[in-house]
Write a protein that binds this ligand. Sequence first.
Ligand code: SF4
Ligand code: SF4
Length: 556
Amino acid sequence: MPNNKDYNRVSVLVVGAGPAGLATAIQLRTTKPEIDVCVVEKSADLGNHNLSGAVLEAEPLHTLLDSAAPGWQDTDAAKEVLASKIDKDDIMFLLGKKLAFNIFFAIKLAEIFRLGFGQMIHKGDYSVSISKLTKWMGRIAKDLGAEVLTGFAAEDIILDESSNKATGVKLVDQGLDKEGNKQPNYVEGEIINADFVVLAEGCDGLLTEKFIEKANLQRQSPQLYSVGVKELIKVSPEQYNKFTSGRVVHAMGYPIWRPVIGPGMFGGGIVYAGVQDHLSVGMIVGADWKYCDFNVQDALTNFKNHRFVKQFIDGGTVVEAGAKMIPEGGYYAIPREPETGSIGKGNVMILGDSAGFVNMLKIKGLHNAINSGMQAAKAIAETFNNGQQAASRYTELIDRSKVAEEMKSAKNFRQTVAKFGPLQGMPLSVFGGLLPEFKIEKDYEAMTVARYRLKPNHNFDKDTFTAVAATEHREEEPSHLTILDADICRTKCTPVFDSPCIAFCPAGVYETIGDEVKSANPSNCLHCKTCQRKCPFDNIRWTVPEGSGGPRYKRM
Ligand code: SF4
Ligand code: SF4
């Protein structure tokens, strides 16, 4: 550990230096500076593993920083991170490869009649780089005295059954070779003991899911995911001016809703103005897609080639790229303790995307992540002498906050779309809370033998994609991706589905070697976790690699 300080015992341990965890650290150090807070983060530097669109609804951030860092709005960092205030908000319906209709008026009508879709309108929001936002928040947390340690991956949460509480977190061992043997530089992963553990790892957090299992938390409905891929493209000044700064575009329809003939997919494309001739272009697709040869990058290629999008990016250069999953299951997929309904248990709280606080009607969760971080800080401060009450107090605070209000307003949305498909499900979802709770399958169970009919002529260039994501892992470390049963691949999956992991992994990690599917290139992994949630036989396990491995996003 750095600085020769003793980090083996802290009051509050936050796992994950994203907006949620850093909001906890900032709020706690502001209101209770006597409480020590340590944040551990697996990426090499702050923001390296954070990827989002991202549209930021600013109110929670403003509330947090107004008390933590008065005058923050005048700082250079604030001006850089919040440089793009949204002043044009287009919602397009794409029909085929060429036609595009602006349906903003329909969303505006929904807003006037207080229908759920009205929440899609982005009033006063910012278009931000979440990597930069995270880095900035991390600096503020450090300035306030929180210890924010990057390059430290956590692999397990330790529960003490006698006291029914979490006592700490174990970090990953460093210096093993591919076979798991200790090398001369071997360092055993330390245990950080803590009075409170805050799980803020983002979507499908490794520790969070372990904790949910160990503490027997339950979800009323399975978590659903989507997979998002994004590119940051440097375009010409003329193209940027034509798009206009301060503009965001969300697009539905082509190429995923009903690609020629075949099952529709939920999701859509985005084009957001960044700063200085940069546009963010992305595609997000619900991971319950049915095509065994589908790859979200193919849909991104089609989207970029649509006439409406192409005019803004043709000839541009992809300067950064990446992928991640988004939790979409909503209110019914929040993990809770069955007896109490707590989002966590005892002295452990689950925040942000790890809890699934994404409002799918807004297609946003960043503001909820920050808000949940603030509620966790309040809960810790109030229960400091009785830590076992922290999760229940946190849940009470969440239930009274806008986080719960929003999550309830969108509670049936994604399940309705999953049940009926986007063409029928989206209109049906306006009935919101009047609809019953539909039983849905897990994403990986949706796979069929159907083929995506809009495959681009050329295979997506995954090598370049991972190169601009700047991902790397130590070549000699054990693979963090395990195929549990090679026989299932050989006898059940490959003959029927043609090994979907080879297609859907955005980093080209999986390959057929001889007659066996292997995680051949784990060092390319982008930590998106898609493989763990989309292998049709639930045959892949993602474990956390050594700290500092993974992508190195700077402007995602
Ligand atoms: Fe199929 Fe999963 Fe095996 Fe890949 S790992 S071949 S998706 S069973
Ligand atoms: Fe994502 Fe899995 Fe591929 Fe890594 S190996 S990039 S987690 S799909």
